[in-house]
Design a protein around this ligand. Structure first.
Ligand code: PNS
Length: 171
């Protein structure tokens, strides 16, 4: 029987516990999950594509049927090349709906054979986003419980090195 593969796409800059909650729950439903990390040179990310993939790989290492891969260009092309049949997206508050609706409609127009599935995030992650995490961490705030420990550490290192670079320039 052919395996049901789904892609969980995103920027993952960086991965949060909300993302991981969706990935874990999706991995219990599909035979295989490919976490697709968008490499978009036009969008300035805090972490490089390699750093984002590395952190995700560490965070999903306990899930046998989950792997991580970077992609660029159209998501549906990546899904097709991966042999996947579905796209999984997490829905947090109602505010996510319009963007997700537009994206799913466009993806369906481009590739009608690929279905998009939405999963409600856990209540504790309803207002969690990578952007909020980055903002809090950039001011030295505590993001414990919102991101995996490895990400917490990387955020600290990233902002410390940025601070050091900044003060070196100021001197
Ligand atoms: O984590 P994000 O930033 O909300 O993820 C958005 C992502 C990566 C899923 C989306 O931007 C995407 O699929 N980009 C690839 C380009 C594409 O396929 N665009 C057409 C659909 S609108």
């Amino acid at each position: 029987m052919s395996k049901r593969i789904a892609v969980c796409p995103g920027s993952f800059d960086p991965v949060t516990n909300g993302h991981l909650d969706i990935i874990e729950r999706a991995s219990a439903v599909f035979d295989k999950i490919i976490v697709g990390v968008l490499n978009n040179p036009e969008k300035k990310a805090l972490f490089t594509i390699d750093e984002r993939v590395e952190m995700l790989e560490e965070c999903v290492s306990h899930l046998d049927n989950v792997c991580v891969a970077a992609f660029s260009g159209l998501l549906v092309e990546f899904v097709r090349k991966s042999g996947a049949v579905a796209i999984i997206r997490g829905l947090r508050a109602i505010s996510d709906f319009e963007f997700e609706f537009r994206m799913a409609s466009m993806n369906r127009k481009l590739a009608p054979e690929i279905e998009t599935f939405f999963m409600m995030t856990g209540n504790e992650y309803a207002y969690l986003s990578s952007s909020v995490v980055k903002q809090v961490a950039s001011f030295g705030g505590c993001v414990k419980g919102l991101v995996p420990v490895v990400v917490e550490k990387r955020l600290r290192e990233k902002f410390l090195s940025r601070k050091a670079e900044g003060s070196a320039i100021e001197e």
